[in-house]
Write a protein that binds this ligand. Structure first.
Ligand code: XMP
Length: 323
């Protein structure tokens, strides 16, 4: 029968067998999935695992600092942080197509890992042959892996891998749904702030800007997102909603008025959803006063944003993310 204890025991045995005395690296994204995958592999092979956190410049406000502090404190795992913002932004320059963005981000991730292996991790120890990924069952299904279903989106940790991948993959969460992953994380002793963190996509804010991704737009979206998260937390709604993507419609402008002047700014979309496993979702009926506070603050505090709109679409037909 299914218990978190069984899953952990089974995976630990399998991973030890697979890795032997060789080494593995794991990309930490700040999300639950990669954190639990890393903790599980660390349980199996200890310091034969090195975690790499790629700061691609597409993270939310404060997220990088949080990974550096929380995760290392909880697991004692070896962590290398790579600052790759410039690399990602120049690779994304001029690109607006969602699938193209996902593929570029997935490819650059792997390239940075390979570089990390070559430059940072390759000391006197045995070769790094394995890459740990926090791929979940829904990721596998939605990228068309294994089941023959049509490809809906290229999740960066499945469909976006380059052909010339140099690593063998370890994907210990491949058969699990999100709620099961959280239980496994809890059993492994990860703190609540990590285990109950809302999902955040690997490609980060790169797929929450409809249009080209630039530093300026990212900074703007980071501000709006931080305000929305702050108000949702203050209202005690974090556990009621599954996640709330905040999306910048960078290619759209609308007319507004502020002070005594006409503005011509961008809309921000709030996309709060409730869900069990992200395969289907419904839009969250957030209290109007919370929505009003978020809207007022974003339009007052974020330059170039003069409108806040609410996405009231379920999944299907809409996906959770806009890209
Ligand atoms: P969609 O937009 O497909 O999202 O309804 C379903 C869930 O997956 C997250 N998501 C991703 N997670 N890499 C990830 O690790 C990705 O490329 C990716 N794309 C979407 C999304 O936030 C939602 O929770």
């Amino acid at each position: 029968s299914w218990t978190t204890g069984n899953v952990i025991e089974e995976q630990v045995t399998a991973i030890r067998e697979q890795v032997g005395d060789r080494r593995a690296i794991c990309g930490l994204s700040g999300g639950v999935d990669s954190a639990v995958a890393a903790a599980l592999v660390a349980r199996a092979i200890g310091d034969q695992l090195t975690c790499v956190y790629v700061d691609h410049g597409l993270m939310r406000k404060g997220e990088t600092e949080q990974v550096e502090k929380d995760f290392v404190a909880a697991t004692g795992v070896k962590l290398v942080v790579v600052d790759a913002e410039e690399r990602f932004l120049s690779a994304l320059k001029g690109v607006s197509d969602p699938e193209e963005k996902r593929k570029i981000i997935g490819r650059e991730f792997i390239r940075v890992f390979e570089q990390a292996q070559a430059e940072i991790i390759a000391d006197q120890g045995p070769a790094v042959e394995f890459l740990v990924q926090g791929t979940l069952y829904p990721d596998v299904v939605e990228s068309g892996g294994g089941t023959g279903t049509a490809n809906i989106k290229s999740h960066h940790n499945v469909g976006g891998l380059p052909e010339d991948l140099e690593f063998k993959l370890i994907e210990p969460l491949r058969k699990l749904f999100k709620d099961e992953v959280r239980m496994v994380g809890q059993e492994l002793g990860l703190p609540d702030e990590i285990v109950h963190r809302q999902p955040f996509p690997g490609p980060g804010l790169g797929i929450r800007i409809v249009g080209e991704v630039t530093k300026e737009r990212l900074d703007l979206l980071r501000e709006a997102d931080a305000i929305a998260r702050e108000e949702l937390t203050a209202a005690g709604l974090d556990r009621d909603i599954w996640q709330c993507p905040v999306v910048l419609l960078a290619d759209v402008r609308s007319v507004g008025v502020q002070g005594d002047g006409r503005t011509y700014g961008h809309p921000i979309v709030l996309r709060p959803v409730s869900s069990e496993d992200a395969m289907t979702a419904d839009w969250s009926r957030l209290p109007y006063d919370v929505l009003a506070r978020i809207s007022t603050r974003i339009t007052n505090e974020v330059r170039d944003v003069n409108r806040v709109v609410l996405d009231v679409t379920s999944k299907p037909p809409g996906t959770i993310e806009w890209e």
